[in-house]
Design a binder for this molecule. Structure first.
Ligand code: PNW
Length: 452
């Protein structure tokens, strides 16, 4: 007899969508919001594909009620979003902008009315430009106090309704890629020592955010970091290649995970950084390594690794030109990162629980025809990735939730609006939203708590 066995997820598994304020809100200069480093960066001709900017984005600042209603109609019970620091504190620190604070009050109230639980990222890359101008943003230790003040302000304001806090999104993307390689705002190419220092200040800011949630978050508040860990997938799931994947994970992610989970920098990292190692104070690691409740992982792609023949701990294989990828060329399609990412984070770091805070794909989806967008490529990709996530859970990895990036097409950073990551299509002329086929499919998955 043939039985259709649907891979079922654990009871109370958290399903939702994810976005970030700078990518969807628009209203870039409205109601007292100040300029962010991304606003400034995008205005420099040539930095962003098509010279797009964040001024209008998806108009979510004005259309949030419709967006939350649509989310509800798709059956999402959880929504990961971020708060824009330059809306809350246009001066970076100092006076609170009540109109900015009120926007998120309205947003959270609307979510409550629609039965949608907020998961709030405190920082998704939009540093107030004024702090960049005043002391160099993440380069200067003063940023830590400014961030602590911001974190306390939002936890006090929204802690009655927000119980799930994410401190920072992807530290490397606003430190290493922002001050080192210069491909993200503020777009600087500075020496390694300075970049390492930005990283250290981010870790301290994470610690301040954890402290803010513990002190002011109220009953039931939980907090964790979201990171885009680098994941090596073993070419063959043998003991040797799995050991190689372990070794790669430790080496590739030790700059973040050693301080957070073990309370010190990895000696190998300090040694390789040499004179460029970050300067730190004795008590810094107490702040950085406070226990958290979960680790958020943004997982899209990875690398293939295997046991090395030459005595090295692992060997990374190059992708051949024919290897499948999304339209965003950095995304090699690798569903197994949703198995190995959570598993390695738990085995190596002892992360208490994992949420996939982002997973999805960027394609150049065509506009709707008769109200439909047949993004079978996205539906297939997400289904395959979720199959591997299910396997991780089946093997005992404590994965508690999954957020699809993204709810709707939005400002994809340096790739502008061309690259679409949404389950919902956004028409940037009319701002009409059209759920794609993948959204309809995902809606059924969320409702059934199983792969369909
Ligand atoms: C995430 N990589 O960044 C961000 O958190 C989102 O804001 C963004 O829109 C989304 O992914 C899609 O790009 C990433 O190089 C940055 O593998 C870099 C990588 C992955 C995700």
């Amino acid at each position: 007899m043939i039985i259709h066995q649907k891979p079922t997820f654990p009871k109370n598994f958290v399903w939702g969508f994810a976005t970030a304020a700078p990518q969807i809100e628009g209203a870039g200069r409205e109601d007292g919001k100040s300029e962010s480093v991304w606003d400034r960066y995008a205005r420099q001709p040539g930095t962003i594909h098509n010279n797009d900017n964040l001024d209008v984005a998806c108009q979510h600042y004005h259309l949030y009620k419709e967006d939350i209603a649509l989310m509800r109609s798709l059956g999402a019970k959880n929504y990961r979003l971020s708060i824009a620091w330059p809306r809350i504190l246009p001066g970076g620190d100092g006076a609170v902008n009540q109109k900015g604070v009120d926007f998120y009050h309205r947003l959270f109230d609307t979510m409550m009315e629609n039965g949608i639980t907020p998961w709030v990222t405190m920082y998704h890359w939009d540093m107030p430009q004024v702090l960049e101008d005043r002391f160099g943003g993440w380069r200067d230790r003063r940023v830590v106090d400014a961030f602590a003040n911001y974190a306390q302000t939002i936890v006090k304001a929204y802690g009655d309704r927000v119980k799930n806090w994410i401190t920072l999104n992807e530290i490397s993307c606003f430190t290493y890629y922002a001050y080192g390689t210069g491909v993200k705002a503020p777009g600087l190419k500075l020496p390694e020592g300075i970049v390492n220092q930005t990283y250290h200040h981010a870790l301290l800011s994470h610690g301040e955010a954890v402290r803010a949630v513990r002190e002011y978050g109220g009953p039931g508040a939980r907090v964790g970091l979201t990171d885009n860990a680098l994941v090596g997938v073993p070419v063959t799931e043998t003991a040797e290649d799995i050991a190689a994947a372990h070794a790669y994970f430790i080496e590739a992610n030790c700059r973040t995970f050693e301080p957070i989970y073990r309370g010190h920098y990895h000696p190998d990292y300090l040694q390789s950084a040499g004179a460029n190692a970050p300067r730190f104070e004795a008590d810094d690691f107490k702040l950085i390594s406070q226990p958290t409740d979960f680790l958020g992982m943004n997982l899209y792609s990875g690398l293939f690794v295997r046991a090395a023949q030459n005595g090295a701990k692992y060997e990374i294989l190059d992708f051949p030109p024919s290897y499948p990828q999304a339209d965003n060329t950095w995304q090699k399609i690798m569903p197994q990162v949703l198995y190995w990412g959570p598993r390695l984070a738990v085995e190596i770091c002892g992360a208490p629980a994992i949420y996939i805070t982002e997973n999805g794909c960027g394609y150049n989806d065509a506009p709707p025809v008769n109200g439909e967008v047949h993004d079978l490529h996205r539906r297939d990709l997400v289904r395959n990735y979720l199959g591997e996530l299910h396997r991780a859970i089946r093997d005992g990895v404590p994965v508690e939730g999954y957020f699809l990036w993204s709810f709707m097409d939005n400002f994809e950073w340096d790739e502008g609006y061309a690259r679409r990551f949404g389950a919902v299509y956004c028409d940037y002329q009319t701002f009409k939203r059209t759920p794609k086929l993948s959204a309809r499919w995902y809606s059924k998955v969320m409702a059934g708590n199983c792969l369909l």
